[in-house]
Design a binder for this molecule. Structure first.
Ligand SMILES: Cc1cc2nc3c(=O)[nH]c(=O)nc-3n(C[C@H](O)[C@H](O)[C@H](O)COP(=O)(O)OP(=O)(O)OC[C@H]3O[C@@H](n4cnc5c(N)ncnc54)[C@H](O)[C@@H]3O)c2cc1C
Length: 299
């Protein structure tokens, strides 16, 4: 499922909520019974203040609310020495079905194509590097061609790199996790990637953000007159789930992009084993009323 589909579903289900675009917080000041936020209109530059019972910062990995209230990004973003580039493919890799997913994982470099039943496929290039700053200099296409050189004799990798040159937009960023000892202070609370970004390797970012938001709403309803108690209960209930998935993301990263040649061999052994088990299961299923519909390739 694409992030945009989740966003569309949320848009359909919110009613009675005022949404202001191009509006960003520039200062947040806590008072005894309210929190005052200085807001800026990004189009006009006009600033105005407004007071709230509670400020919820759900503004992603590089959260402005977190920076203003909890301190600079460097205090909370952990280093993973890895980069990603994600974009939509205009066309599926030749000879593959539209909904096929393809994985080519080598030591420190990997190309993933995610096939969807109802969308164009998306491509994810991910690689490990010690010099994150350097990755942001120069042409991105040239950098990715250099990083994936030696793999581009594979038609899948070549198709993805060629498609990147024509893609109208793409996401290119470093990979981090957000680690915080506490997700709220006074009347300001962070949720989702702003508070605990697990990163894409976890595969749990969207799930945990939705779960965190829903649990926060429930906690505030259960403690209508005591925001502090609501925030305490919310964090105590959610923290073990988040910690567990933050930890397993390191392991899952090895499946996305192995850290060494040895990890690559181990990974491919595990994938082969999983495929054999799945093959045995689907043979059993094929004998019954259902067969597997979706195919995929992992190399
Ligand atoms: C390439 C990639 C692949 C991923 N794949 C998966 C996956 O398969 N499964 C999964 O579960 N997760 C995946 N994730 C992670 C998932 O996308 C995030 O964990 C999830 O979107 C976090 O939701 P969020 O609402 O907390 O933050 P975001 O989705 O980052 O949303 C934050 C919002 O805040 C807005 N914002 C930021 N700053 C301001 C500001 N100053 N003023 C106003 N608005 C602001 C942004 O525009 C944005 O709309 C992936 C992430 C990436 C990058």
């Amino acid at each position: 499922m694409l992030r945009g589909d989740i966003e569309a579903a949320l848009w359909q289900s919110i009613t009675g909520v005022e949404v202001r675009f191009a509006t960003t917080p520039v200062a947040i000041t806590e008072g005894p019974a309210e929190v005052r936020v200085l807001l800026e209109n990004a189009d006009t530059g006009a600033q105005y203040s407004e007071s709230f019972d509670l400020v919820v910062g759900a503004d992603g990995m590089r959260s402005s609310v977190r920076r203003i209230v909890f301190g600079p990004h460097e205090d909370h973003l952990t280093t993973w020495n890895a980069m990603i580039c994600a974009f939509e493919l205009k066309e599926q890799v030749p000879t593959y079905e539209a909904s096929d997913s393809i994985i080519i994982a080598r030591a420190k470099r990997a190309v993933w194509v995610f096939g969807f039943a109802d969308h164009a496929p998306t491509a994810l290039l991910t690689y490990r590097t010690r010099d994150i700053q350097e990755q942001f200099s120069g042409s991105r296409v040239e950098r990715l061609r250099a990083v994936f050189s030696g793999m581009d004799d594979d038609p899948v990798v070549r198709h993805v790199l060629d498609s990147l040159e024509e893609a109208p937009d793409h996401l290119f960023d470093s990979v981090h996790q957000v680690r915080m000892p506490r997700w709220s202070t006074g009347r300001v609370v962070l949720v989702g990637d702003a508070a605990w970004c697990m990163n894409l390797y976890s595969g749990m970012g969207a799930t945990s953000s939705l779960r965190g938001g829903a649990a926060l709403g429930a906690a505030l309803q259960e403690h209508p007159d005591d925001t502090a108690a609501a925030l305490d209960a919310w964090e105590a209930g959610l923290r073990p789930f988040i910690t567990k998935h933050q930890r397993t993301a390191r392991l899952k990263q090895q499946m996305f992009v192995p850290s060494s040649r040895r990890a690559e061999v181990l990974r491919s052994g595990l994938v082969g084993l999983a495929r054999r088990i799945r093959g045995r299961r689907s043979a059993t299923e094929a004998a019954g009323p259902q067969t597997m519909a979706r195919s995929g390739t992992s190399r």
